[in-house]
Design a binder for this molecule. Sequence first.
Ligand code: SF4
Length: 695
Amino acid sequence: MPGVLTHCPYCSLQCGMTVTPRPESAGGGHDVEGADFPTNRGGLCEKGLSSTELLGHPDRLTTPLVRDSRDEPFREATWDEALDRVAAGLTAAQQRYGRDAAGLFGGGGLTNEKAYQAGKFVRVALRSAAIDYNGRFCMSSAANAGIRAFGIDRGMPFPLADIARADTVLLVGSNPADTMPPAMRWFAAGRERGAQHIVVDPRYTATAVAADVHLQPVPGTDLALANGLLHLAVKHRLVDAAYVRDRTTGWDAVRRAVRQYWPDRVERITGVPVKVMERTVRMLAASRATMILSARGAEQHAKGSDTALAWINLALALGLPGRPYSGWATVTGQGNGQGGREHGQKADQLPGYRMLADPAAREHVAGVWGLDPDELPQPGVSAYEMLDRLGTDGGVRALMVMASNVVVSAPNAAHVRRRLRDLDFLVVSDLFLSETAELADVVLPCAQWAEEEGTMTNVEGRVIRRRQAAQAPEGVRSDLAVLADVAARLGRGEFFSDDPRTVFDELRRASSGGKADYTGISYERIEAERGVFWPCPDDAHAGTPRLFRERFATPDGRARFHVVHHRAAAEEPDDEYPYRLTTGRTRAHYQSGTQTRRTKALLDAEPESVVEIHPDLAARLGLADGADLQLRTRRGSARMRARLTTTIRSDTVFAPFHWGGEQTANALTNPALDPASRMPEFKVCAVALEAVPGT
Ligand code: SF4
């Protein structure tokens, strides 16, 4: 069988790869190599290179599992029995507590078709408001800021390759050298042209090592830093007055607001020296083509939306968005982080990035679905709010979880685990028996990336095809089929298909006229053109690799400045919890580690969770390199091995969030929510640290 061009199961770069079956005589399995796709040009990181180990993995679930009580072990069941139980569990909760007592928690790794089907399933089959997904924990602050400032949320409004043509790039809270290494080719190509790079990160990351300037702010102070840079831009007359006049609104109020961010005050808040801020703002303003790229480090805060807006304000004042090889962008994390938030699995959203509360949106989508608009529920609550209320009065009592391992990935994870146990009924669809699946009443073994067809929308807004490159093991089913089968058992089967292409064609119609318009994007076009950028409103449209050239997606075509102010983190250090904790990803692992912790090469590279701590702080604690460290916050505790490193601030420790059990970093994190995006404050909380004696 020849190799098949498909895409990586992991991050939003969605590297092109060729998957080729090995002959049985050579031991079977599959080979993988990087394909010459526009984003990765043949490159793959360790995760992509080891991804075929997931196909035919010995831990793979291939039979539905059920049990009558949580105290019992699972037993194998037929698909009919398992799906009958799912339908009965959802129905029982709705009959007893009302429609919104049954819901679904989705994921940013689901294909566009599955994300669409999940949203439709909840609204049409369950007729419930209870749906949200783990992308709320990922992209929601940047998405909220993009909509408010530009009228549209396409995280990266230009192709990735444009990075190579930018003269100056500032990355804030983004570490692509570890999280998406093949993307570094575009940064390297820029440097060969003489481009300069600036990194804002509390850690001296691999990306910062390769940069010209590193700003190392206190976690949670990026907003003050952005306002301070804008203050300096005004002071040194670096603002692009013609651009501000012609293409924006709201500047005067922002100009007045940043007066109070005088440099030495910002230095006191952020810890970034004034002279470094001065150098940074002059570099940003001096170049012809400047990009500001933000990511989770800046956005996963209880003020994440305002922080993203502060960086957008700076970009607008310098006249960047819409200029060639310039602008503001957010670097998505999850594989379908962009598409996952466009098709209706957010609590307040319908396909096409339409809002569920908008009467015109309801009418359009209900028309595509063959319903009366009044049959659609109103918006539900966000991801953490849903998890926080599981099993309580007014909360969800029967929950389906797809493509998410919330016991590891949700903030305040120990509490979330308790809430899951309070449910009347939990069904989890996954490849493996994840920490969340271990708690379920029914576990459904699902097909994975290279075993099925579907589309993803990558970090650039390019819609691509994941093609089937391997046979799914006997006994597993696609989530598309699961949703269609459960809907049939709920008496709504005529509304659903299990065929990806049929679902995608319906998604196109549902998106028509919306912000994320896929109308002109077909499987055939994706195949022929190696992906198509949305918006693409009809078959003759070429797609839109670059946005904002002439106008923004606001009613008057102008971008909006927003007045935003620094405020303290939801939890600042005090006598009891004297240090700051920040969390993030490492090079070898991905998200909750469900896949990467089961991949030998990745586990060999990083076999356990390791907390980074500065030697000065370690000395104060009497902690040796490699010893165990107990971390404790107001929500829970975790134990990890310490790595002493001068790359982290001496008042802050960094813990990766890829592990479960006693190494669960999210047992520590703060669920304080951003009021606009409902993003939890993953990136900073107060922590107490104790060396574990004898380790
Ligand atoms: Fe996969 Fe992302 Fe690595 Fe590319 S960078 S191989 S998409 S994990």
